[in-house]
Design a protein around this ligand. Structure first.
Ligand code: ZN
Ligand code: ZN
Length: 360
């Protein structure tokens, strides 16, 4: 029994600008196009590409790689037990007709809310550039942007300000509305009222011009009130530093372990931007297997039950396209599996791949 359906519109940690983070989330098996997105790094262009790729399901599924091979077989990127399929669920696609672009616009129209993890461009760019369409012809629709105050303030002041982008948030007739969430506070999802969404603040490195200033990001915990099941979708994040007076990731894990039992926790989508060999000083507020595996072990310990996370779906996002002979996503996947195995952590690791839909 699945509760959440997550289509990956983008999951790269850059520098490729056409595939950055955006997860389209809806209740499993829903037959209409309403959805919410966590982050907006990808949008209508990627939706159109996904719709057109999925038309020809007869070909063996290959994933763009551009390393040792230009394309790699899809099954290398997923745990063999993980419920994941190419494209949008067929029920949804059957509901829309006409050409691919018009169909993509209908999917865009269906996005009712964005939950932004932080205001870095790779998490908001397509949401911003797509926004005029919310005022346009067949696409007219209201959209709500949500996030913690540090994210919403940055988007309002530095993006929709008539200089970087037209201030489409202005005025009561605006189709784009922006509102802040409160940290650790339960927020009832407007589009899917059966869901509560809780934002948890985490660390994401330091400023470049002001190295003493902290950068923050957000983890979203989704809880389905009907079934009690939940998933966790993370923005960029790093491990807590020993000097941190506020160990935010530890607090987040603590909150999650207290509010959802490990049996009801269906999956975690979390970043692992760089491979193990990367020095801590070169991570710039991100994760590598060296830090992610201990972090998952820490969450397991919070449940105070051995092997509490057995078979949990852990989907890795935001891998950087580093210079390499082999696809960094495949390197990181192997490193995570090896390091987890060595510490008796029995989760199922997969990679978030653009155009694939995971069931949780
Ligand atoms: Zn970031
Ligand atoms: Zn990022």
């Amino acid at each position: 029994m699945f509760n959440f359906e997550v289509t990956v519109l983008g999951a790269s940690g850059g520098p490729d600008a056409g595939d950055t983070q955006c997860f389209m989330v809806r209740p499993s098996g829903s037959r209409d196009l309403r959805s919410i997105c966590v982050d907006g790094g990808a949008g209508v262009g990627q939706i159109a590409r996904i719709l057109s790729q999925a038309k020809d399901m007869s070909r063996p599924q290959l994933i763009e790689s551009f390393y040792f091979n230009d394309f790699e077989p899809a099954d290398q990127f997923f745990d063999p037990r993980t419920p994941v399929k190419l494209g949008f669920p067929t029920d949804l696609v059957e509901n829309v007709s006409s050409n691919t672009w018009k169909r993509a616009l209908q999917f865009y129209k269906g996005i009712k809310e964005y939950y932004i993890t932080h205001a870095h461009l790779d998490h908001i760019a397509a949401m911003v550039m797509n926004s005029p369409m919310a005022y346009d012809g067949e696409c007219i629709s209201g959209k709500k942007l949500w996030g913690l105050p540090f994210t919403m303030d940055a988007i309002k002041r530095h993006v929709f300000n008539d200089l970087i982008w037209p201030d489409l948030l202005d005025g009561t007739a605006s189709r784009l509305k922006l509102d802040s969430l409160a940290e650790l506070r339960l927020h009832n999802c407007e589009t899917f009222p059966q869901w509560d969404i809780i934002p948890l603040k985490v660390h994401h490195g330091f400023g470049v011009s002001e190295p003493s200033s902290r950068i923050y990001s957000t983890i979203y915990l989704f809880i389905d009130k009907h079934s009690g099941s939940g998933i966790v979708i993370c923005g960029d994040l790093e491990q807590d530093h020993a000097s941190d007076k506020l160990p935010l990731l530890e607090e987040a894990w603590d909150y999650i372990a207290k509010h959802i039992s490990h049996r009801r926790l269906k999956g975690i989508i979390i970043e692992c931007s760089s491979w193990t060999a990367t020095q801590q000083t070169e991570l710039y507020g991100h994760m590598s297997p060296t830090y992610l595996v201990p972090a998952l072990n820490r969450l397991q310990r919070q449940y105070q039950e051995p092997d509490a996370l057995r078979d949990l779906e852990v989907v890795i996002t935001h891998v950087k396209k580093a210079i390499s002979d082999k696809d960094p996503r495949l390197i990181i996947l192997k490193e995570l599996r090896d390091q987890a195995h060595a510490t008796q952590l029995h989760v199922r690791f997969s990679i978030a791949i653009q155009g694939y839909t995971f069931q949780f």
